[in-house]
Ligand binder design. Structure first.
Ligand code: AMP
Length: 222
């Protein structure tokens, strides 16, 4: 199953993607995680991306496309993939369409996580990321449990989760990324999912969509 996770920053895409990897075997391809890893490893690409990310702006398309191409070419994607944070502009979506058709891949669904803006600001300002594992938590809604085995000293607030940058990222989402919902609605692959409430409830809603998609796929195969 090849999927795209669409939704504003703070909608919970990364957190839900972790569960989808576990239960459906899809590989999460997160452009944000990949860029942060480049910055940590001080690569050339990381040096280009750092200022854009710090300021809450989008990294130029050519940098992102190059990175995604490599990831799609070199990963083991037998059970499909979940694109998280890509595409973010209509331009990127058009290039993705071309890449998918060249690879002979079908896009099965675009999961659109819907969360109101005031809730997003609350979520992003309380988000903390583990330096060692890259896993995200929230100081109130989703604190690490004993099972997570996290040292509190390893938790940090992302630079771009500071309030001023958050507002800029949400604006960019409205202007650049939200039009993708109609783009994929026109292709009849968009599924809107209520992203509010408990993580487990949101996950159940996502599962309902995926289970329906899988049933339809099986019917097509038989
Ligand atoms: P995320 O972790 O998805 O919130 O991404 C963090 C930051 O990485 C974004 O605010 C952008 O600066 C950059 N970024 C991630 N994905 C993309 C993309 N597809 N296009 C441009 N910039 C991106």
């Amino acid at each position: 199953m090849n999927l795209i996770f669409l939704g504003p920053p703070g909608a919970g895409k990364g957190t839900q993607a972790q569960r989808l990897m576990r239960d459906y075997g899809v590989i999460q391809i997160s452009t944000g995680d990949m860029l942060r890893s480049h910055i940590r490893q001080k690569t050339e690409l990381g040096a280009i991306a750092e200022r854009y990310i710090h300021d809450g702006n989008l990294v130029p398309d050519d940098v992102i496309i190059e990175m995604i191409k490599k990831e799609l070419d070199y990963s083991d994607l037998e059970n499909g993939y979940l694109l998280d944070g890509f595409p973010r502009t209509i331009g990127q979506a058009v290039i993705l369409d071309k890449m998918l058709s060249e690879r002979g891949d079908r896009l099965d669904g675009v999961l659109v996580l819907d969360v109101p803006k005031d809730e997003l600001v609350k979520r992003l300002s309380g988000r903390r990321v583990c330096r060692k594992t890259g896993k995200s938590f929230h100081i109130i809604y989703n604190p690490p449990t004993e099972a997570d085995n996290i040292n509190p000293d390893d938790l940090y607030q992302r630079d771009d989760d500071k309030e001023e940058t958050v507002l800029r990222r949400l604006n960019i989402y409205e202007n650049e990324t939200k039009p993708l919902i109609d783009y994929y609605k026109n292709k009849k692959v968009a599924f809107k999912i209520d992203g509010t409430g408990k993580l487990v409830d949101v996950y159940k809603r996502i599962q309902n969509v995926l289970d329906t998609l899988l049933k339809t796929e099986n019917l097509k195969a038989n």
